[in-house]
Design a protein around this ligand. Structure first.
Ligand code: HEC
Length: 143
């Protein structure tokens, strides 16, 4: 199982480093781009915290992810409105990220190294699960 985690982490590291390079020009008014760039920064700092074994940092940032304010309320409502029937699933993805971030926070508070790695991988997976369905879709709604 650790082997899987290792691959996931290596992949994530690459994917995250690549992300900001694409960000220019993408800021499209959904209100989500800024939030997301904060999130990816947070993920990178968590990974750094794991590597230097600063589990306080890991716990604090995981908490920030769980309670991140997100886009302004009106932007958020406008998006959910446009997503219509899918708003529900979109919110479920947000909840899953929140739950995984809290699980990571708790693992880091103990700290349990293996659980920290596992929950970090789960958290990153839950980011991507939303992207698979909604990233392009949300972009297309704002162009
Ligand atoms: C509920 C759905 C959802 C979740 C969960 C989610 N994202 Fe996103 N993410 C989006 C959408 C939608 C966009 C595209 C926003 C736009 O272009 O307006 C996006 C875009 C991004 C971008 C690109 C931003 C840009 O401007 O190019 C990054 C980086 C990102 N997300 C990181 C993350 C990270 C890290 C997490 C998990 C901690 C996460 N996201 C969780 C929906 C989500």
């Amino acid at each position: 199982m650790l082997k899987n985690i290792k691959y996931t982490l290596a992949f994530l590291l690459l994917a995250m480093n690549a992300a900001p390079a694409h960000s220019e020009g993408v800021i499209s008014g959904s209100g989500y781009s800024e939030t997301m760039l904060d999130m990816v920064n947070n993920m990178q700092n968590i990974l750094f915290g794991i590597m230097v074994e600063d589990y306080n940092q890991v716990a604090n940032i995981a908490e920030d992810i769980a309670y991140h304010p997100g886009p302004a309320l009106e932007k958020r409502l406008a998006l959910l409105d446009k997503l219509e029937m899918e708003a529900m699933t979109f919110k479920l993805h947000e909840d899953r990220v929140r739950q995984n971030a809290l699980t990571l926070m708790k693992a880091a508070e103990r700290p349990n190294r293996v659980e920290v790695l596992e929950s970090f991988a789960d958290l990153a997976t839950s980011c991507t699960e939303c992207h698979i369905t909604y990233r392009e879709k949300v972009r297309s709604l704002h162009r």
